[in-house]
Design a binder for this molecule. Structure first.
Ligand code: SER
Length: 304
């Protein structure tokens, strides 16, 4: 497999989705517009919520983006795992009442195996508990044996974030090999360690959560897919962590240079180097979207 760079992978994805009829749109700002349920944009679908609910008409019923995202929910893992960062780019293809499960699943497989060239024998789909429709597409159409398809519950395979459009999902995991595993008995797809890395999430967005756990069926069935660009680069480049992929590694090396530290000499220093690298990315993108930092709590409150 060719070890594509981050910038190549971003373009390959957007070009592929464009060839499937999607309109390529620019990343939206990290600052949510007209959405009081979020402090920061945390997923490719977040700025597109009105298109999923049908409240607004999208420029096309098929859209693709590479969206700047900030997620702080996993902040304690940043620097310690291979895959967590507060800032990341999310590749996504979206259907607003257009195609549904069949196309979304087939295209995710086609992109990963034929365009990027990942080894199909290392890929494992997961589905929501009783989503037999998704199971049949993976099993009968794509040809994945039943024992390689994992069924997970709401915690893993139902995507929602507070209020808004949501639904069951089907993820794709990549087995990076034993060298990245925890070695514990039972380590398999879904394990918290860094061996089986989730790269793609196909969400079948068909419900709306009112924020209090009440679900209503949306007028239209939608698709919201998300793939962390940095994670994809980790598996394609076969490197240890997101801090070793080409673009982020350049920044990490600069952090080492300024701090007069050598990477991979001492675990505690490495965690700090990774944290600083991650936080610089987040801070830079937030500032470029107009969020001004301060270390004065009083200033923060007087601004609101
Ligand atoms: N919304 C889903 C996620 O963020 C898929 O895009 O994983």
């Amino acid at each position: 497999m060719k070890k594509y760079g981050v910038n190549e992978l971003r373009k390959m994805f957007l070009d592929f989705m464009e060839s499937k009829g999607h309109l390529v749109m620019k990343s939206f700002s990290l600052v949510p517009q007209g959405d009081k349920s979020l402090l920061l944009i945390n997923a490719g679908m977040a700025p597109l919520k009105p298109y999923f609910t049908g409240a607004e008409k999208p420029p096309r019923t098929r859209v693709t983006t590479c969206q700047k995202c900030i997620r702080t929910g996993d902040i304690e893992n940043v620097g310690k795992t291979a895959r967590h960062g507060t800032f990341f780019e999310m590749l996504g293809n979206f259907s607003f009442g257009d195609y549904f499960k069949k196309e979304a699943i087939h295209w995710s497989w086609e992109f990963l195996t034929e365009v990027v060239g990942l080894d199909a024998n290392r890929l494992y789909p997961s589905i929501y508990l009783d989503d037999n429709e998704a199971f049949d597409i993976w099993n009968k159409e794509v040809g994945i044996p039943a024992e390689r398809i994992f069924r997970f519950g709401k915690e893993d395979n139902f995507w929602e974030h507070g209020a808004g459009p949501c639904g069951p999902c089907s993820e794709i995991y990549y087995d990076r090999g034993e060298k990245y595993g925890c070695g514990k008995p039972g380590c398999t797809v879904g394990c918290d360690c860094d061996r089986y890395m989730e790269v793609w999430n196909n969400v079948f967005t068909q419900f709306e959560n009112d924020g209090n756990g009440n679900y209503t069926t949306l007028k239209q069935k939608n698709i919201d897919t998300g793939m962390g660009l940095e994670r994809l680069a980790v598996v394609v480049q076969d490197v240890d962590s997101i801090f070793d992929v080409d673009t982020i590694c350049a920044l990490r090396n600069l952090v080492c240079e300024i701090a007069h530290k050598e990477y991979e000499k001492n675990y505690a220093d490495d965690v700090s180097i990774r944290l600083i690298t991650d936080h610089i990315r987040s801070a830079t993108f937030m500032i470029s979207d107009g969020i001004m930092p301060t270390n004065e709590v009083a200033a923060m409150f007087s601004a609101v």
